[in-house]
Design a protein around this ligand. Structure first.
Ligand code: NDP
Length: 348
């Protein structure tokens, strides 16, 4: 397959000194650049598309999974050959909450490895100028220092429930870094904290905590329930970032950050699950009682990213947790049938 490709990614030398993470970019983004957003129907991909369109980027490349299965190596190669993306944003992945990760370890490992290997490799082979790979905060050890700095990567055992997913993400980071070191490719990896917002996954079987609670609170209110049962003790602390804030910082990094060293993206503040549930209850207007099912696991006691590096650019989020939840709830209601359960169409 290599013979199919003649172009090579730029071969600039990467001068990434320890502690010197903020480099002058050599890649100027043009509004006419062909930008491939992989996973554009997902929460992150759709937010990035909205942001790019709002900023006037006019040459976005997107493909539904039905037209381009990213786990199919030759389909990915053909697509890149035909469309010649100049910039790639890797927001396609198999993503899920604790239950899905626990139930489908093979798929979380294999699908993610396949998707990212295909896209990253072909991006290099076809001369993509810059690629942004989305990792996740779950790449850090279960007992990492809190807040967790980027240097914690590979310093201890991972959280067992999502280890296959985390291993795949770490492999993606290492592949980007290897292309940067060996071939001078300008591939960067960002590590967002827990995200939420429009197009989130509200399927209770596979969703993360915030959309799951939002849906449960909505249904409890709609059905006039007296109680809302929440998993665990409510004591673990978690950090949440609105996906529109992530989209904004991804664009900033594409324009300004030119290093294979990973960079954390978060708001720098965490809340307890109890505080989150109370906030959601208030936003939704559910006036029943929150009941804690202590037989269910809590997971890691605290997960907060050290955001010193990204703050050094002067970036900070603009959407408060309360406003972000309210906006997400508006989206959820607009995309579900009035007064009814969520339609199957939204259950991915
Ligand atoms: P979503 O599940 O909302 O979106 C993932 C997208 O990937 C979907 O559009 C999906 O397509 C697509 N996709 C999956 N497999 C394939 C495939 N084989 N071929 C083509 N497309 C495929 O996930 P998010 O937007 O939440 O996550 C995007 C990225 O951000 C991931 O890398 C994730 O690790 C990262 N991230 C997410 C966080 C979060 O809280 N959600 C937190 C930190 C990082 P389809 O619509 O057809 O299913």
């Amino acid at each position: 397959m290599d013979a199919l490709f003649s172009a090579r990614a730029n071969t600039r030398s990467v001068s990434c000194l320890s502690g010197d993470f903020w480099l002058e970019t050599t890649v100027q983004l043009k509004k006419s650049d062909r930008i491939f957003v992989a996973g554009h129907r997902g929460m992150v991909g759709s937010a990035i598309v909205r942001r790019l369109e709002a900023e006037g980027f006019s040459n976005l490349l997107t493909r539904d999974r039905s037209r381009l299965d990213l786990s199919d190596e030759s389909a990915v190669a053909n697509f890149f050959q035909e469309t010649r993306p100049e910039i790639v944003i890797m927001a396609a992945a198999k993503v899920g909450g604790i239950k899905a990760n626990n139930d489908y370890p093979v798929e979380f490992l294999l699908d993610n490895l396949r998707i990212q290997n295909n896209v990253i490799r072909v991006a290099y082979q076809t001369g993509v100028r810059k690629l942004l790979f989305l990792g996740s905060s779950c790449i850090y050890p279960k007992l990492a220092t809190q807040p967790t700095p980027e240097s914690a990567l590979l310093t201890g055992p991972l959280e067992p429930t999502n280890e296959p997913y985390a291993i795949a993400k770490i492999a993606g980071i290492k592949l980007c870094q290897a292309y940067a070191r060996e071939y001078g490719a300008n591939f960067l990896s960002v590590m967002p904290t827990n995200l939420y917002g429009p197009n989130d996954n509200f399927d209770l079987e596979t969703s993360h905590v915030l959309p799951a609670l939002l849906r449960k609170a909505h249904e409890a209110k709609t059905l006039n329930e007296k109680q809302l049962v929440v998993w665990g003790t409510g004591e673990p602390r978690r950090e949440f970032l609105h996906v529109d804030d992530l989209a904004a910082v991804c664009l900033l990094l594409l324009e300004k950050y030119d290093s294979p060293e990973i960079i954390n993206i978060g708001c720098g503040e965490d809340v307890t699950i109890r505080e989150l549930a109370e906030l959601i209850r208030d936003v939704v207007g559910f006036d029943g009682e929150l009941v804690w099912d202590r037989t269910k696991p809590d997971g890691t006691p605290r997960k907060l990213l050290d955001v010193t590096k990204i703050r050094a650019l002067g970036w900070q989020p603009t959407i408060s947790l309360k406003n972000g939840i309210a906006q997400t709830y508006e989206w959820f209601r607009a995309n579900s049938l009035p007064g009814k359960m969520l339609p199957k169409a939204l259950e991915r």
